[in-house]
Design a protein around this ligand. Structure first.
Ligand code: FCB
Length: 450
């Protein structure tokens, strides 16, 4: 059972959970927190299902001690959280809000007391609104502002936190938020999105340097979203579309992070679609990564329409097994992406920084949530990680997205990813069947690994 699976992971493997500030904290107006672009975006009519906001979310800001206790009960060895930039620097730069940074200090201390290793992510999309008002990530000034923010957090928490992450999913932030307009700040302009991507890569490098300057033991990573991309058929058109899709999204960040600059295929495709009009790309510095974070959820099947770049359709095949997000479940895709990253870029370590699934959970009359589908999703993906490790890929950790049901961006509270069910009216947390399964796996691993 879980024993056999647990034994396939080396001692010290970092099992954990991932979460982000805006999705769980709430306390939007407390202790001097500034406004973030998600506070603004969520209030735009039609932006979020039911107009829901993260004002209260999981109330984690007040309940963090209980949540750390739950992490501990589940046997987590690691926990990845994000710091809210506007909580720490309400004006984006300059004066530090002591009460804001105090919260993260309390959280880190509680984690360390419970023997849980924190991974601190600096940016999970909740940019201070004041910085957005000055152009946000589309302006070069953001690079220095982000490095200064990193230095502030590092100076307060660097004595206790060794695992750092600069950005979460730079691709989603650049493209979904600035070209598709479905995430904050809701911009729909490709050249802007391309500038954002370019500045993200430079901001990552600058923040990394700022952290290393004050934290000698720092391990620095970034979490990229790389889902598996496959062509819809073996026709030349579909194969080219898939290659362009990969290069304009995934390769666009991975190649520069590993010192190769922007990929040719991606440059040609973005240029032919007009995305680079008026854009001056930099030569982004290499990422200088101690580990690469991988967020993986699904398989994307790419079909060409006209044969023009970006004129493609990404839809799962008719018989695909789907989650509640409509995402195609593909555990072998996780194994193959891990193998690909290892072969292509050979990062010294890879940490699966997010993996999980939304399902429409049913709370039984006895209060239990029998989410067998989520349990199976996790088991199959963790088996896929074990296969990658067997094949020589240096995977050193795995974080489930997520500990709690939470605010799923433009889906509001309608999509549940937690291994703990949250009743948003009472804030009651209940461990789901999948959570008990994961707890069992982690206990077996501790037992077998000594
Ligand atoms: C990822 C995000 C995370 C969460 C999951 C489901 O793209 O990083 O915040 O929304 O998807």
């Amino acid at each position: 059972m879980t024993g056999d699976l647990a034994r396939r992971f080396p001692p010290g493997f970092a099992w954990g959970f991932a979460a982000s500030a805006y999705q769980i904290e709430g306390a939007a107006d407390e202790d001097g927190r500034g406004t973030s672009i998600w506070d603004t975006f969520a209030r735009q009519p039609g932006a979020v299902v039911n107009g829901e906001t993260g004002d209260v979310a999981c109330d984690h800001y007040h309940r963090y001690r209980d949540d750390v206790r739950l992490l501990s009960e589940l046997g987590a060895a690691a926990y990845r959280f994000s710091v809210s930039w506007p909580r720490v620097l309400p004006a984006g730069t300059g004066k530090v809000n002591q009460r804001g940074i105090d919260f993260y200090e309390r959280l880190v201390d509680a984690l360390l007391e419970a023997g849980i290793r924190p991974t601190l992510n600096l940016f999970h999309w909740d940019l201070p609104q004041v910085l957005q008002d000055r152009g946000g990530f589309a302006t070069p000034e953001i690079v220095g502002a982000f490095a200064d923010y990193a230095a502030v957090v590092a100076s307060r928490l660097g004595d206790r936190v060794t695992d750092w992450m600069t950005l979460n999913e730079p691709g989603v932030f650049a493209f979904l938020a600035h070209a598709d307009g479905i995430h904050a700040p809701g911009t729909r302009d490709w050249p802007t999105a391309m500038r954002v991507a370019d500045n993200e890569l430079r901001a990552h490098a600058a923040a990394g340097e700022a952290i290393r300057a004050s934290v000698s033991q720092a391990r620095i990573g970034i979490a990229v979203d790389v889902n598996q991309a496959v062509p819809a058929s073996d026709s030349d058109r579909d194969r080219v579309a898939e290659e362009q899709y990969y290069a304009t999204r995934n390769g666009w960040f991975l190649d520069p992070l590993f010192g190769r600059g922007y990929p040719e295929v991606g440059l040609r495709a973005h240029r032919s679609a007009g995305h680079l009009e008026g854009v001056e790309l930099s030569h982004p510095p290499a990422g200088n990564l101690d580990y690469l974070g991988l967020n993986f959820y699904r398989r994307d099947t790419v079909a060409a329409k006209s044969g023009e770049a970006f004129d493609w359709e990404v839809t799962p095949p008719a018989d695909a097994e789907l989650t509640d997000m409509g995402w195609h479940v593909a555990p072998d895709g996780l194994r193959d992406v891990l193998l690909h990253l290892h072969r292509e870029y050979s990062p010294s370590e890879i940490v699966v920084t997010e993996n999980g699934a939304a399902y429409a959970d049913v709370v039984e009359s006895d209060g239990s949530v029998r989410d067998a589908a989520r349990e199976a999703y996790l088991r199959r993906h963790i088996e896929a990680v074990a296969e990658a490790i067997d094949a020589g890929v240096p995977v050193t950790g795995y974080h489930v997205w997520s500990l709690l049901d939470n605010y799923e961006w433009s889906y509001g509270y309608s999509k549940r990813f937690g291994l703990l069910h949250v009743d948003f009216a009472t804030q009651e947390r209940t461990v789901k069947q999948s959570g008990r399964w994961y707890q069992g796996l982690l206990a077996e691993h501790r037992g077998t690994a000594g």
